[in-house]
Design a protein around this ligand. Structure first.
Ligand SMILES: [Zn+2]
Length: 308
């Protein structure tokens, strides 16, 4: 025999006459095993006119058909009153383990598979078979033929290793999507770097916004870190991120005009790195000075006109 194909009957928890005609083995609701009418050998070389277990469209030769008695009136939305139980599932996997040993069948996707996998794995069209695309004893969701198939093979391998194993394999939780690291350092490029450069400019540092974390960005960031009591390594990690956020929060607080020019002066970055780390431009304080200067001029002109 070449392969084992696993099904469910679409009936109740008890194998009936039709089931016995179509499968070699049927697993009842309580996990007990029922033998079908036809021996496995009847499917080894199918002869015209002689009975065999017709369980899978177009590929019965060399195929052992095993089936779980369950899923009567089940739909993909509502699995109904005869959901496949865990006992049945495990009992089936145990039987597949025995059969694969007896017939020397390797546990691969092409050799030991569910009906729902046949079309994809063997390229033989089936009519929308969904046995097995779900594990009703595990969840009410459709998990997919390959997920369930892989799990079946895993469980079968376990029973081959340890026939009385108590391990029950369940689908693993969906893999967490790994988000790209938010750590930026020299050599980093892209939108996050642009955002960092913008933030540093907002904080009064002089920097070109180019989305390229070069030497300047590194030095400016180091200066920021040193000023905020962080290790000045020029690497933008979670601590630096938090410090920048906090500093921006403070920066965005409205300040009285006069105080603003004072803070701008106070924000002079540490000396020593001044060649590349330029001091804050203090554009705002310049504007304030200009404004004050204009007021003085106007006052002067007014005084002149009054002839004082
Ligand atoms: Zn089937």
């Amino acid at each position: 025999m070449k392969r084992i194909i696993a099904h469910w009957t679409g009936g109740t928890y008890k194998a009936n006459a039709i089931d016995r005609r179509h499968y070699h083995l049927i697993i009842n609701g309580d996990g007990s095993i029922v033998k079908g009418n036809n021996p496995v050998s009847a499917n080894a070389a199918i002869k015209k006119g002689s009975p065999y277990a017709a369980h899978t469209r177009g590929i019965n030769t060399g195929s052992i058909g095993i089936s779980v008695a369950c899923m009567a009136k089940a739909t993909e939305r509502d699995f109904g009153n005869y959901k496949m139980t865990k006992e049945q599932w495990l009992s089936m996997c145990k039987e597949i383990a025995k059969l694969s040993k007896r017939y020397n069948i390797q546990i691969t996707r092409k050799n030991v598979l569910s009906h729902a996998e046949v079309q994809r794995e063997l390229g033989i069209k089936q009519n929308n078979k969904w046995d097995f695309t779900c594990l009703p004893w595990f969840s009410n969701k459709i998990l997919g033929a390959r997920v369930v198939g892989d799990l079946m093979r895993k469980q079968v391998r376990e029973y081959i290793r340890t026939p009385n194993s108590a391990i029950v394999y369940k689908p693993s939780a969906p893999k967490e999507v790994k988000r790209p690291s938010s750590t930026l350092k020299k050599g980093s490029k892209g939108k996050l770097v642009t955002k960092l450069q913008e933030d540093l400019i907002l904080l009064g540092f002089d920097l070109k916004i180019d989305g390229d974390f070069g030497k300047n960005t590194e030095l400016v960031l180091s200066a920021f870190q040193e000023k905020h009591g962080l290790k000045p390594d020029g690497v933008y990690g979670s601590k630096t991120k938090a410090a920048i956020k906090a500093a921006l929060g403070e920066k965005l607080k409205p300040l009285p005009l006069v105080k603003e020019s004072l803070t701008a002066k106070a924000k002079k970055p540490t000396a020593g790195k001044s060649r590349t780390v330029q001091k804050p431009t203090g554009k705002k304080s310049l504007q304030v000075q200009k404004k004050n200067f204009i007021i003085i001029i106007i006052e002067f002109i007014v005084r002149l006109m009054k002839g004082k």
